[in-house]
Design a protein. Structure first.
Length: 153
């Protein structure tokens, strides 16, 4: 692995992980139902993410919310359950390598990730059965970046 820059080490050492308590689903909705999706999905609660492309409407939302909404769509596919983690640190958009370090650590532990980046923060989804292992890997990664490996609480 390439040595980490001092800036990246500082960011990793200050990063706090927030695990959201609910199960999440990743949903594909046929783009032909895009207009309906804009109406039906407009009141989703945080955390949720909706992406419209030419090929799909992709949605990340609480699994319980999807159960109540899925009947509105003829053509959809769902994956899950996942657990959602938020990196509780505001990252400048010019930061290079943060998610690379995170995803490499998880990949080396055999954990598949689905990454979502927003303007201020990064988030990732892992399969529910891998959530505890992922949390341990991430805590270990961030702890090893702290000066003298001291965990500050």
């Amino acid at each position: 692995m390439t040595p980490l820059s001092d800036d990246l080490i500082k960011i990793l050492s200050r990063t706090v992980i927030k695990e959201h308590p609910d199960d999440y689903s990743v949903v594909y909705i046929d783009p032909g139902e895009g207009e309906k999706a804009r109406t039906v999905l407009r009141d989703l609660e945080a955390y949720s993410s909706v992406t419209y492309t030419v090929d799909e409407v992709s949605v990340v939302l609480r699994s319980a919310e999807w159960e109540g909404l899925k009947g509105n769509f003829r053509a959809s596919k769902v994956e899950g359950p996942y657990r959602l983690f938020t990196f509780d640190i505001v990252l400048d958009l010019s930061i290079v390598g943060f998610m690379s370090v995170v995803s490499t650590a998880l990949t080396e532990s055999g954990i598949s990730v689905y990454i979502i980046s927003t303007y201020l923060k990064d988030h990732l989804l892992v399969k529910k059965q891998d959530a505890a292992k992922a949390l341990n890997v991430l805590n270990g990664l961030f702890l090893q970046q702290k000066p003298n490996n001291i965990l500050f609480i």
